[in-house]
Design a protein around this ligand. Sequence first.
Ligand code: NI
Length: 171
Amino acid sequence: MALLEILEYPDPRLRKIAAPVEQVTPEIQTLIDDMFETMYDAPGIGLAATQVDQHIQLIVMDLSEDKSEPHVFINPEVTVLEGDPEKMQEGCLSVPGYYEDVERIEHVLIKALNREGEAFELEATGLLAVCIQHEMDHLNGKLFIDYLSKLKRTRIKKKLEKQQKAQASAS
Ligand code: NI
């Protein structure tokens, strides 16, 4: 397995639209394993393929505290079961160090393929529902900071660019 580089905002590659997976190949299963390793190492609770510069509809997630609940979502689709939005604080491995409230649908039905390419359905509420919406946004080239005011987003962009410059010159 290998650790992958996580793209950071404002990298334009985070804005690419992911293509559906036509077949779950051994190469994709290797990518899944590498994404889990990268996510656990970060550490984070969710990672979309977009964030590691692979532009296919693939998400990995584990909301447990002991790496015991790995979830794979390939070609995910979400249906709203209950329309009431809920505000929750979100963060993102591609926007390190920032946590902001975002409104998301509280109760959804997820349809996707698993690591073996088999279709499954999962009803989600709370953190799982929020997380799948956040990660699916990544597949559409969208970030959670897009929901913030332009002023706030610009401030985050400037600080991260400064940080990235400092890191680049230090390495
Ligand atoms: Ni994210």
